[in-house]
Write a protein that binds this ligand. Structure first.
Ligand code: FE2
Length: 273
């Protein structure tokens, strides 16, 4: 490995136990194919579609995930609060209120390369306590000094907000990758300043549902405007993410490639899960 070269596998929002099985089932072959030095996973939907528990976070970290990022469902499960304040490599959006548990960035080291992971959340249609762009500037200035590469997970509803952040940070971070909408966008590329960018990497979960929910329930809710209980769909699970090739030069990327992979477990894997 020359200079600070490294490969980062970033996996989009893992939805429920079906998403967890899909991630852990596909990770060995993705490791073989892409040889990532770092695996970063957005885990804010892993507990039944909403939030994350300490047990589920520990399970991801024990199974080869280096850093977990979160988003608007961070505090859905109360027991995660103290866990976010521990030294585990799990981050919630940096632009939440300072009083909310957890921190917005972490630095991990693998194979002699230090990767800073920063989580941000958009201000459009989401409850983010503070402004995303000003927090991005503050956090990136800090991570520049602490890490060789910086990956930003921008958890946001509006594509325009994510595109703007990508341009704003171009040339200052290794990658800006979007999460939250659960639908992958076809715009992965390295921007002129050397920052790998993708508006939304998609989700790791059931493509046969409506962004994770059983399609019949989502349709019924939209058709009738009546209260409908939502359950996580199990239909047609896929892993969605990106592989980023981080350059020898600090905080620059040479390539970004989309990963869209169906999970087709054999009968034994399906029965044992
Ligand atoms: Fe979200």
């Amino acid at each position: 490995m020359a200079g600070h070269e490294a490969t980062i596998l970033f996996v989009g929002d893992v939805v429920g136990s079906v998403g967890r099985r899909t991630l852990l089932g596909l990770l060995p072959q993705l490791r073989e194919r892409h040889a990532p030095d770092f695996v970063v996973v957005n885990g804010e939907n892993i507990a039944g579609g909403l939030g994350i528990t300490p047990k589920l976070a520990d399970d991801l970290l024990a199974n080869g995930v280096d850093v977990i990022t979160l988003g608007n469902h961070t505090y859905q499960r109360k027991e995660i609060g103290p866990y976010l304040d521990s030294d585990k490599p799990i981050v919630r959006p940096a632009n939440f209120l300072a009083a909310q548990p957890g921190r917005g960035s972490v630095v991990v080291e693998r194979n002699g390369v230090r990767l800073g992971v920063l989580n941000l959340q958009g201000n459009v249609f989401l409850q983010s306590g503070r402004h995303m762009f000003s927090e991005a500037d503050t956090s990136v200035a800090k991570l520049e000094r602490e890490a060789d590469h910086v990956l930003v997970d921008v958890h946001a509803e509006a594509t325009s907000e994510k595109v703007a952040l990508g341009w704003h940070l171009d040339g200052r971070v290794t990658a800006v990758v979007g999460t939250h909408t659960h639908v992958p966008t076809a715009d992965a590329r390295v921007l002129p300043g050397g920052t790998a960018y993708c508006t939304d990497v998609g989700m790791t979960g059931p493509r046969g549902g409506v962004i994770g929910v059983k399609k019949e329930q989502a349709i019924a809710s939209m058709r009738t405007h009546m209260k409908v209980r939502f359950e996580t769909s199990e239909d047609d699970p896929w892993l969605m993410g990106v592989v980023i090739r981080a350059a020898a030069e600090p905080r620059r990327a040479t390539a970004i490639e989309q990963v869209l992979e169906p999970w087709r477990p054999g009968p034994r894997a399906a029965a044992g899960s």
